[in-house]
Design a protein around this ligand. Structure first.
Ligand code: NAG
Length: 183
């Protein structure tokens, strides 16, 4: 009787754990805390729930996140529909957009979305050869803005401006690299 009860409890607990494993290991970044990505090493995917291309890479992004635990990189995603400060027109033609961010320096990731390629992009420092996003020429000053604790609002506006510029550059780069655009 006792053993049966134990088994039941065990089953219930392992069921719980199993359910937890299915939960996303990708960090969620929102409009409230996206400035977190200005520090440290990040791979950030901008997506919209309605975007089929985003849904396609969701699984790979999840696997990448799980396999990147030893890489000291944070894998995150931003739902652009939850970013009130960012105009939708920056996104509609280019979703998903993947950024590599290291210490506030943005780089666009245009590589394959295969887990192996994403992994080696970080593991083999392949991001190093990519030109940082134009308009992000003084990341240190932006970091200083954040760290020096200037007025919250002015810091926020400045960072938002740079963030928009970064996205815009990323979009332009994507458009010019696809000569056949629009399809
Ligand atoms: C950002 O905030 C959201 C909502 O509060 C939270 O779910 C998420 O875990 C936070 N992300 C990070 C990286 O702390």
């Amino acid at each position: 009787m006792k053993a049966a009860l134990c088994l039941l409890v065990l089953g219930w607990v392992s069921g719980l754990c199993g359910a937890e494993e299915k939960e996303s290991s990708v960090l969620t970044v929102t409009s409230g805390n996206w400035t977190l990505i200005l520090e440290g090493h990040w791979m950030v995917e901008f997506y919209a729930p309605w975007c089929p291309a985003c849904q396609q890479i969701e699984g790979d992004w999840e696997d990448f996140s799980k396999r990147s635990s030893g890489l000291n990189v944070k894998v995150a995603k931003v739902d652009v529909t939850e970013q009130p400060g960012v105009s939708g027109r920056f996104f509609v033609t280019k979703l998903p957009t993947i950024f590599h961010v290291k210490d506030g320096v943005f780089r666009c990731y245009h590589g394959s979305r295969m887990v192996e390629d994403l992994h080696s992009f970080i593991a083999d420092n392949k991001w190093n050869v990519i030109e940082p996003v134009a308009g992000w020429k003084s990341p240190s000053s932006v970091l200083m803005t954040g760290m020096a604790g200037l007025f919250h609002l002015s810091g926020w506006i400045r960072q938002t401006h740079i963030y928009l510029t970064a996205l815009w550059e990323c979009l332009l780069g994507a458009l010019t690299s696809f000569s056949s655009w629009p399809p």
